[in-house]
Design a protein. Structure first.
Length: 307
């Protein structure tokens, strides 16, 4: 049983593999493909996060590969048709980081809508900007969700607990699905116009690339907030920066980017935007979620190898 792991995980979870397993755990491999490919020559399993590109070239270097464990849920870095053609099973850690992402969305919405939590510089300078920092409550606002899968539903549950109305757009979820109970099912243009906070929960596909473009941003309610914990390519970042600079949007939180890791050059468009929160693809990575994701991935990979 030969296993290669290219990105960080909870090392304690590796104890879930049998003692005879030959494990290469090296999180630097994600940035060293020339070193990674030879290590896959006799690998039965590969465990990755979102940055390792599991493409045709990698699969070609791994003739014995039987299973790919994904420490997370997004699969856009994995060539699923190529894996299927090779009979390589792919196991995402579905559900293991749902709570972490949902909490990130709610916390970001609260920080950006209230606005009072970014006053350190002014306060330390001796200012007292009380009237300028009078923000809005979450209660009574509408949480809009683009995509209504498990994570979006977890956000919806917490939003309702805070007194928010919830609306969503998901053309793939039938209108009679019980998940819609308590959530308004809206068309995309209607959702854009109604949401006070718009949170994205869709994979990156040809259909969703730049789904939130200049036209969509202009259609959003003035003073609305955008939160993206899905995939960076879903948002046109240049158009978003313009919408924030113009004041049309009250704020935004981005945890994912078109260029990852985010470089200084790619980040330059976000300069001098105090209403923008930037984090390094960390929404689903809490200490607790990392433990759950790692344990689930190890269990699924081991089950496949021992089948």
């Amino acid at each position: 049983m030969r296993i290669v792991i290219t990105e960080f995980m909870d090392e304690a979870a590796l104890g879930g593999f049998p003692a005879h397993a030959d494990i290469t755990y090296d999180p630097t491999l994600v940035d060293d493909r020339p070193r990674l490919l030879p290590l896959l020559a006799d690998a039965d399993a590969l465990i990755v996060r979102n940055r390792t590109q599991v493409d045709a070239a990698l699969l070609g270097a791994a003739p014995a590969l039987r299973v790919v464990g994904r420490l997370g849920v997004g699969l856009d870095n994995i060539d699923m048709p190529a894996c299927a053609a090779r009979n390589v099973i792919v196991h995402p850690a579905t559900g293991a980081n749902t709570l972490a992402v949902a909490e990130y969305v709610i916390a970001s919405a609260m920080v950006l809508r209230r606005g009072a939590y970014r006053a350190n510089a002014a306060m330390l300078a001796g200012d007292w900007p009380r009237s300028a920092l009078m923000g809005h409550e979450l209660a009574g606002a509408t949480m809009g969700l683009v995509g209504y899968g498990a994570i979006a539903r977890a956000v919806a549950s917490r939003a309702r607990d805070l007194g928010m109305a919830v609306a969503a757009f998901d053309p793939h979820l039938p209108a009679d699905d019980p998940a819609w109970l308590g959530t308004d099912r809206l068309d995309f243009p209607v959702l854009l116009a109604k949401a006070d906070i718009l949170s994205l929960h869709v994979p990156l596909t040809d259909a969703t690339r730049h789904l939130i473009d200049g036209t969509a941003l202009a259609a959003m309610k003035a003073g609305a907030i955008l939160i993206n914990t899905a995939r960076g390519g879903v948002v046109d970042e240049t158009a978003l920066a313009a919408a924030l600079r113009s004041g049309h949007l009250r704020g935004a939180a981005l945890d994912v980017f078109e260029t990852e890791p985010l470089t200084a050059q790619a980040a330059a468009i976000f300069t001098d935007l105090p209403s923008l929160l930037l984090t390094p693809h960390i929404a689903g990575v809490t200490q607790e979620a990392n433990i759950r994701v790692s344990a689930l991935t190890v269990a699924r990979v081991r089950e496949t190898l021992e089948a």
